[in-house]
Design a protein around this ligand. Structure first.
Ligand code: NI
Length: 147
């Protein structure tokens, strides 16, 4: 395992759209492990592959209930709204209140290539929304201009 360098705001990679993963390889499994290690070391509760310079759709999250890795995550439904403080490992030192959906349902694959469907609320739902946004080049500060 290895710690990866986390790219920070201003790096154009963070603004690109990540590619879907058709076949999960050993390289993806290693990437996920290293992303988790990097996230825990930071410390943070979520990390998306583009933040470590890889433009592929994979996210890792741990909001206190153990590690979650989702490949090709997709938010298929949203419910409710809540506002809370949010930060990002790519924008160190900045915290802002952002409105997010209270509950989401996320689909995707695990590292074994098995389909997963996760129902999340609160902080976990927020983390899924934040990390999935990274795969589309969206940063949480983008929402500030809209409100
Ligand atoms: Ni982030």
């Amino acid at each position: 395992m290895a710690l990866l360098k986390i790219l920070t705001e201003g790096n154009p990679i963070l603004r690109q759209k990540s590619k879907s993963i058709d076949k999960i390889t050993k390289r993806h499994k290693e990437l996920a492990k290293n992303m988790l290690e990097t996230m825990y070391n930071a410390p943070g509760v979520g990390l998306a592959a583009p933040q470590v310079g890889v433009l592929e759709r994979i996210i890792v999250i741990d909001t206190g209930d153990g590690p979650i890795v989702v490949v090709n995550p997709q938010i298929i439904s949203r419910e409710g709204e809540y506002r809370d403080a949010e930060g990002c490992l790519s924008i160190p030192g900045r915290n802002e209140y952002i409105t997010r959906s209270q509950q989401v349902v996320v689909t995707g694959m695990d590292l074994a290539g098995k389909k997963v469907k996760i129902e999340a609320s609160g902080l976990l739902a927020r983390a899924f929304q934040h990390e999935t946004d990274h795969l589309d080049g969206i940063l949480f500060i983008d929402y500030l201009e809209e409100t």
